[in-house]
Design a protein. Structure first.
Length: 228
């Protein structure tokens, strides 16, 4: 069985209003529900664990029923950081083959993309969705350009990121030590890379954006109109 952890425990309200961004609406439906619907439609994921702010968990149970999210089996409270929220999701799972970790504010991932990353992880232990970089990237030190990075070799890390269950659990054993040293673990693949495990890149769409600002929300509305 393959299980998805959809992480939406942030409390940021940069998109406006008094509710966290994952509960704001696109086309009348909460952003996180759009994301969860993609997992409902994919073939490779059997169950979904949704990680939310503690104060939102009870109320979200009604949304699960209202939007007929049949794969959502657990709604649990997140931690102080994204990585701690992922770890809580992992701790709620007794057994699985592949774990797919997805940002709840990425509503435009497709079922096909989810399936392809899961399949790649089944074959290679670890795989993440990525997209090409369209801008030229410069490395800066003290406001001076010191290097231009070859764009053809660069990719943006997207989600879902998929790993064998035992592997991602082992990778998260070092989380407390890393965060105590000041590392901001915003990417699950980083923990796998630290173990010396090869992570496969699976090509995804640039439309799989993370909605974090008002500009992102406006772009999301445009994508929604274009694709529906």
């Amino acid at each position: 069985m393959n299980v998805a952890i959809v992480v939406a425990a942030g409390k940021g309200t940069r998109l406006g209003g008094d509710r966290p961004k994952q509960f704001l609406e696109l086309a009348g439906v909460p952003i996180i529900v759009h994301a969860l619907r993609q997992f409902e439609r994919c073939r490779e994921i059997s169950e979904v664990v949704t990680v939310l702010p503690a104060e939102e968990t009870a109320g979200f149970e009604s949304a699960v029923n209202r939007f007929n999210l049949q794969k959502v089996k657990r709604v649990i409270a997140g931690g102080a950081t994204r990585a701690q929220s992922v770890r809580r999701g992992l701790e709620s799972i007794a057994d699985a083959n592949i774990i797919a970790i997805h940002d709840g504010v990425r509503p435009f991932v497709t079922p096909d993309e989810i399936d392809r990353v899961v399949q790649a992880a089944e074959q290679n232990e670890a795989a993440i969705l990525t997209a090409p970089v369209s801008d030229t990237i410069k490395r800066i030190e003290a406001n001076r350009i010191v290097e231009t990075l070859p764009r053809a070799e660069l990719r943006r890390a997207l989600t879902p990121q998929c790993f064998r269950f035992a592997l991602i659990k082992r990778a998260y054993q070092d989380l407390d030590a890393l965060e105590a040293e000041g590392h901001d673990v915003t990417d699950d693949s980083l923990l796998i890379e630290r173990l010396g495990i090869e992570v496969v890149s699976v090509e995804g769409s640039a439309r799989n954006i993370k909605l974090t600002t008002q500009e992102d929300l406006a772009l999301g509305e445009a994508i929604m109109k274009f694709t529906h």
